[in-house]
Design a protein around this ligand. Structure first.
Ligand SMILES: [Ca+2]
Ligand SMILES: [Ca+2]
Length: 398
């Protein structure tokens, strides 16, 4: 219980940087996603974040402060300041974690530079480190109050943007898929191209042909889970029992992962990994859409968790009992024509840059070869001079 409350209070601090009016009981726990259930936040500094929290939790003083800090103090950022009082051992460990993290970032920067071929340019690491806002790069050796404050703020902000970025990534994935398809078509003759296009349309039709998908979070959808996954009698369907059954970690809330798990049955109606026409990347995008939709409808205090109360309120709404039909992913194109055009331009630009680079390299090679030839010629000239000198010395010339 203590540990759970710690996480909730800690995250109170986290969320307050964004919503300064959220009541304590409704406060989300970003950190809860990282706790003993070991869920990956997907942030690139996930490991660092997790390790910092783990070590702070080990410090009795800090843990107690988490437990006893009231709302006013959390609001004023006093929690981060409590870092000054944690034990020397924990501080030393945090310093070490930060040094490792800074080193990891430096390696990343170096690898990126190598990839871009900018070896000869002097790298201003300090300036590049600035882009990583979740730690204080000006002070790379010790973990200070500011580091904790920055970590809390960044994790909150980045997690909020995480879904948005996943949608963008998916869009790029779909555009790349279409690009590759068009490029492949260009390599075919008329007959082959026609056959390929027909096959494509056929697969599209086959993919769109699936049993009706229930509106996510509706009574019908949950009842199917109740009946097929839980093996219970639909006549006995009871929202509270359902909630407790699927609150897998038993913390009294549906988190994002627990919600997403509820949609597996629906997704299996549309996607089968053994079918050519079903793309599993698209399935994960559909899962994300479903989870976002239910969160939007049900999570009324916007803490990214569904409490039992919120759930029960939702089960009394009209949308739960008589929902609209759900529009699946394939019913709409993931990108607009404009976005596709922009994407193609971007690819063309990239290709042009690569060609330019190859051209420059070839030029450099030619230049080196020319210099080598010059050198060889000079060498030969020198040799000739030497030979003549030798002959002269022996009095054979003249
Ligand atoms: Ca839960
Ligand atoms: Ca909620």
């Amino acid at each position: 219980y203590n540990s759970f409350r710690c996480y909730r209070l800690f995250s109170a601090q986290i969320l307050l940087s964004v919503y300064s009016f959220v009541p304590l009981e409704g406060v989300n726990t970003v950190i809860q996603r990282l706790n003993k259930y070991n869920i990956d936040t997907g942030l690139h500094y996930d490991r660092y974040l997790r390790e910092v929290i783990d070590f702070l939790e080990k410090d009795q003083h800090f843990r107690e402060k988490l437990h006893n800090t009231d709302m006013e103090d959390i609001k004023q950022g006093k929690l981060a300041k409590e870092l000054d009082f944690v034990s020397h051992h924990v501080r030393t460990k945090l310093d070490e974690l930060k040094r490792q993290e800074v080193n990891r970032l430096r390696t990343l920067i170096k690898a990126k530079q190598d990839l871009e071929g900018g070896n000869d340019i002097a790298v201003d690491h300090q300036a590049l480190l600035k882009q990583f806002e979740y730690l204080n790069h000006m002070n790379p050796h010790t973990f200070e109050v500011e580091d904790l404050d920055r970590l809390i703020r960044s994790a909150t902000k980045d997690l909020e943007n995480y879904d948005k970025e996943r949608h963008e990534e998916f869009k790029r994935y779909e555009m790349m898929k279409e690009h590759d398809r068009q490029e492949h078509l260009k390599t075919l003759d008329d007959d082959e191209r026609k056959k390929e296009e027909e096959h494509y349309e056929e697969m599209k039709k086959k993919h769109a042909d699936h049993p009706k998908v229930n509106h996510p979070g509706s009574q019908n959808q949950l009842k199917e889970v109740w009946e097929e996954a839980d093996g219970l009698d639909p006549e006995d369907f009871d929202p509270k029992t359902f909630f407790n059954l699927h609150d897998t970690n038993g913390d009294g809330f549906f988190d994002e992962q627990e919600l997403e798990a509820l949609f597996t049955k629906e997704l299996e109606k549309i996607y089968d990994p053994t079918n050519e026409e079903d793309d599993m990347v698209e399935m994960e995008e559909e899962r994300l859409r479903m989870r976002e939709h239910v969160m939007n409808e049900v999570d009324s205090n916007k803490d990214r968790l569904v409490s039992l109360d919120e759930f029960l309120v939702a089960t009394k709404k009209k949308e739960f009992l008589e929902p609209d039909s759900w529009e699946t992913l394939e019913q709409n194109q993931a990108y607009t024509d404009d976005e596709m055009r922009e994407f193609e331009e971007h690819l063309a630009q990239q290709e042009q840059d690569l060609n330019q680079k190859a051209f420059d390299l070839q030029k450099q090679r030619d230049e080196l070869e020319r210099q080598q030839e010059q050198l060889n010629a000079q060498k030969m000239e020198l040799q000739q001079v030497r030979n003549s000198t030798l002959l002269m010395e022996k009095g054979l010339l003249l």
